[in-house]
Design a protein around this ligand. Structure first.
Ligand code: NAD
Ligand code: AKB
Length: 314
């Protein structure tokens, strides 16, 4: 069992619940402190320490880090793309200030490692659409993407200037069944499984031909842990790594679901999220992650669909 003491901020969100449980398995239940604004998630209850925390309150965060002898922070609290467009100034404020609070405390307390996720949302309409490379045109047009891009620059700055061991991934849209997604453009790919089982039909807020990069949660959790466990010398990119799992459109995922639920039907009613999706890549080139720390995804659309439907039926 490892000696580190970890704080997960935003532990009750879509990624936070599963990441906290995975970290507790590796580091020991008592060595992973979960925290969030929300009430403790059902799946976390009884599995380890939980603290109610607003990451915007830097003083409270600092006290918590000292009191619990924290050595690593995973910062997952954020406002995602669709919610961000409804209140851009709030999204900017929360996404930036939370990161600055964490980076600055890491510097003051000499923390060992920081994890903060970026997103494919850093890319914009002028970026290449297919196999979008690590280093290419990055001109995000959503406030979420702008905040992620600025965050990447801050991470690299704190690494180069102060030697903070910050690591980051540009997650694609994440699909999972344990904890609900929170206000993203890729959320349709989670909702569709729930509605297929509960209603037998789904009205999609994106057009049928909207290809987006996606990833099943077990792959995302493994990628996060593999990046954080990698030798520091192998982590050459200190902004954020491109990460790829699979790419599909609403039509393709609906056809995959129909193989299991033949009566399932889908209809399309694109809304403001279509414009967000249209600005993002369709697929991602993650060769830097593969070459530098050995990343390899395990799930494709077919394998993920079998697992999602099996688990949601339970
Ligand atoms: P989420 O919205 O499901 O969870 C975020 C959690 O943060 C929530 O439980 C929320 O209550 C908490 N939170 C919000 N404000 C807070 C505050 N002030 N103090 C403390 N906690 C607060 O998000 P997620 O999908 O789990 O995403 C986690 C991170 O991963 C975010 O940075 C997000 O941008 C990034 N990301 C997610 C995806 C995805 O598809 N889920 C894709 C790319 C990047
Ligand atoms: C969103 O849709 O906002 C997120 C993301 C891709 O960052 N799922």
């Amino acid at each position: 069992m490892k000696k580190d003491k970890i704080l997960v901020i935003g532990a009750c969100g879509q990624i936070g619940v599963e990441l906290t449980l995975a970290l507790r398995k590796m580091y020991g239940d008592q060595n992973v402190v979960a925290s969030d604004l929300r009430e403790e998630h059902e799946l976390l209850k009884g599995s380890g320490p939980y603290v109610s925390l607003d990451v915007m309150n830097k003083e409270m965060l600092h006290v918590l880090v000292i009191r619990h002898n924290i050595t690593q922070i995973y910062l997952l609290a954020a406002i995602l793309s669709a919610t961000g467009e409804k209140n851009p100034l709030l999204a900017w404020h929360i996404n930036m200030q939370s990161l600055l609070n964490v980076l600055d405390i890491a510097k003051e307390e000499g923390l060992d490692k920081i994890y903060w996720p970026s997103s494919i949302a850093v890319f914009g309409p002028n970026s290449p659409k297919a196999d979008t490379e690590q280093h290419t045109i990055i001109e995000p047009t959503t406030i979420y993407g702008i905040s992620k891009f600025a965050g990447e620059r801050w991470c690299e700055y704190y690494n180069h200037r102060y030697g903070i061991d910050v690591r980051s991934l540009r997650y694609p849209g994440l699909i999972s069944y344990k904890s609900a997604p929170g206000g993203g453009t890729t959320d349709y790919a989670v909702e569709i499984y729930h509605e297929a089982l509960e209603e037998g039909k789904y009205e999609c807020f994106l057009r049928e031909d909207t290809y987006l990069p996606m990833m099943y949660m077990p792959d995302a959790i493994r990628a996060t842990i593999e990046l954080m466990e990698a030798d520091a010398a192998r982590v050459k990119i200190r902004s954020a790594y491109n990460l790829s799992g699979m790419s599909f459109s609403p039509k393709e995922i609906s056809e995959e679901i129909k193989k299991h639920i033949p009566s399932f039907t889908i209809s399309y009613e694109p809304d403001y999220r279509q414009q967000i999706a249209d600005g993002w890549p369709q697929s991602i080139d993650d060769s830097a992650a593969r070459e530098q720390w050995g990343w390899k995804p395990e799930y494709d659309l077919e394998k993920m669909t079998v697992d999602m439907l099996k688990n949601l039926k339970k």
